[in-house]
Ligand binder design. Sequence first.
Ligand SMILES: [Zn+2]
Length: 304
Amino acid sequence: MRIAADPYTELRNRLFEAELLFSTGVDGLYGRSDTYQGIADAVDHLMHRWGHDVGATVVHLPPLIARSTFDSTDYIRSFPDLVGSVHVFNGGDRDHVELVRRVSAGGDWPALLEPGEIVLSPAACYSLYPMCAGRLPAGGRYFEVSGYCFRHEPSTDPTRMQAFKMHEIVYVGEPDTAQRHRDDSLARGLSILTDIGLDVTATPANDPFFGRLGAALAAGQLDEGLKFEGVTAICSDDRPTAVMSANCHRDHFGAPFGIETATGAVAHSACVGFGVDRITIALLVRHGLDPSTWPGPVRARLFS
Ligand SMILES: [Zn+2]
């Protein structure tokens, strides 16, 4: 008798069998097929139209972030369990000999590496804030940022990837406009996702802060209504998956990165972020694994 896998493993197996995703042998790290990537690119394009509408400056980001920027974001305090740090070899010939010896002997060669000036990027918008340092124009600025992000949370749930694409529309500037951007973006994001056939609802949310201290941070974030997620059922009706989030940062980035409004006050920021891979998988589950058979209106919105 075949023992049924959990619904997450079941879905991942279906995506592997259809060769939409390819296994690398590591949970949460996958190759993408051309069909999968075509859907992901179409989702990116929906966000790009939005960025164009609000006059956003477009910044495509690498999957790495400057360590100095990362250190200023407080991420390591809040999410130490999700961090990925890049370490590099700075040694000389003698160190190289020892490095090779350890590799051959199955020894601890990573111990010979040193932290590089970069870490893996945990969120697309983080790299943006140091670029905004100084005085902003009146009315603030909109940015559209996208790139691969990393979070160390290996899982058989195919929507919980370690390396995944994030696409955000970010506002930096006046406090009331930042709040409005968050609220309007939540509504607009839900409407875009509904238009491509996803059943998405908004729910107050908190970030997965680490440890005992983190519980208090999460409660505070919920109390103050700083974060909302758009969730949809992918593998489970009881435990829907977040596919977008709308976040009010207040001066959390404006203060450490020295960003000022046109009148010299500390700038506020807000972002709406879309999990491009999660939306891609949600679409495959909702409409079927072959996009050529998807409903006409959905195909028209995505692919024309
Ligand atoms: Zn963001």
